[in-house]
Design a protein around this ligand. Structure first.
Ligand SMILES: Cc1ncc(COP(=O)(O)O)c(C=O)c1O
Length: 391
């Protein structure tokens, strides 16, 4: 019998992004369904982005700029980097795959925090390289443990700061000490900063400023979150020109679509929208943190001021709110929240933890005081039907 598929695929489960929001809304009959599980921008895209897409839409019969030149130039100017230190990807997701494809061979080792953003493990496993899991210490990446796991066969270490899903950051001192401790011939270090724009800790380092000192560092960023372009798939990686040259050899010729490129350029110009997004997320996070704290949610994360919060207990725990000044928002009618339970298999999960993002500004006040009857918490994975039992 001919063996068609690579055996390594047996070790990979397809990524379950859940049902599309539109389908879920239609199934539940709830137009005001808010998905808190995908960490999307609560304000939507900038109007300038929408206009730029409309302007370029008649040109979609033309291939995009295969080198994303204008976007790399604009990013380079903002970040103080040369354009050849930047590769744009079809989301940061694609760039993770490109790094793996370009760098990892079977038998290589890659140190990955556990748990962490699932695609890290997937892309490493796909190449035939071995994932070396480094368990979180509480909710923090354990840099000492990661260091201990680095061997002569280690091709890369992946850091995620703020960490998804634990929300914690690596501060400047520990990060630079970690990078220095890797020595003169270090592995690649992929620093995923997808959520950097939502950090308000002054000790949060700027990965870009470390590139000159640590040439094997690769900094990963995205337009999906702060710029609200998740649906267009635009991410970027920053690093040494030689590393970018390697990635470009593995990259598909037109990997970033035309509308994504014009939208990202327009988003870069719209500083006000980005600032408003940040303000909304930070304000709603403060509000949610305070309110959930009043309802018994553990506050152990608050020091690091990250975007996500662990919410213990079943969603119905949220129905005890009283006297909230935003309660009138309830009159807006039935609304729903789509959250995703952290899998029980995760070491930091008790199976009852919800990872939640920030909803549009008027929403949290609605969510907190909602009663069992009007609250439908839908797991965005396959169990959306059973979540109706909460209604
Ligand atoms: C930590 C982290 N890195 C990368 C990504 C992927 O970003 P993109 O939408 O640019 O593919 C995500 C998406 O949620 C993420 O949470």
């Amino acid at each position: 019998m001919r063996r068609l598929w690579r055996p390594v695929l047996d070790r990979i489960a397809p990524y379950d992004a859940g049902k599309p929001l539109e389908l879920l809304s239609a199934e539940l009959g709830l137009p005001a369904l808010v998905r808190l599980s995908a960490n999307e921008n609560p304000l939507g895209p900038s109007p300038a982005v929408v206009a730029a897409i409309e302007r370029d839409a008649p040109r979609v019969h033309l291939y995009p700029d295969g080198g994303s030149h204008a976007l790399r130039d604009a990013l380079g100017r903002r970040l103080g980097l040369a354009p050849d230190q930047i590769v744009i990807g079809n989301g940061a997701d694609e760039l993770l795959g490109l790094i793996a494809w370009a760098a990892f061979d079977p038998g290589d080792e890659v140190v990955v925090p556990q748990p962490s953003f699932e695609p890290y493990t997937t892309v490493v496993t796909l190449t035939g390289a071995e994932v070396r899991q480094s368990p979180l210490a509480g909710y923090e990446m354990d840099l000492d443990d990661m260091l201990r796991r680095v061997t002569a066969r280690t091709k890369a270490v992946i850091l995620c700061s703020p960490h998804n899903p634990a929300t914690t950051i690596v501060r400047e001192g520990p990060l630079t000490r970690f990078l220095a401790a890797l020595g003169d011939d270090p592995p690649l270090v992929v620093l995923d900063e997808a959520y950097r724009d939502f950090v308000d800790d002054p000790d949060y380092p700027d990965g870009v400023s470390l590139l000159a000192r640590f040439p094997r560092l690769l900094v990963l960023r995205t337009f999906s979150k702060i710029a609200g372009l998740a649906g267009l798939r635009v991410g970027y990686v920053l690093g040494g020109a030689d590393a970018m040259d390697r990635l470009n050899r593995a990259r598909a010729p037109y990997n970033v679509n035309r509308l994504g490129q014009v939208a990202a350029l327009a988003a870069l110009e719209d500083r006000e929208h980005r600032e408003r997004t940040r303000e909304v997320v930070l304000e709603e996070r403060r509000f949610l943190t305070t309110e959930l704290g009043k309802r018994g949610a553990p506050r152990r994360h608050h020091r690091a001021r990250r975007r996500w919060r662990r919410v213990p207990g079943p969603p119905a725990d949220l129905d005890r709110a009283q006297g909230d000044e935003r309660a009138p928002a309830r009159s807006a009618g039935p609304r729903a929240v789509a959250a995703r339970p952290a899998p029980r298999s995760r070491p930091t999960s008790d199976g009852r933890t919800r990872k939640i993002g920030t909803a549009p500004p008027d929403f949290h006040g609605t969510m907190l005081p909602c009663s069992r009857e009007e609250s439908i918490w839908s797991a965005s994975s396959s169990c959306s039907a059973s979540s109706r039992s909460l209604a």
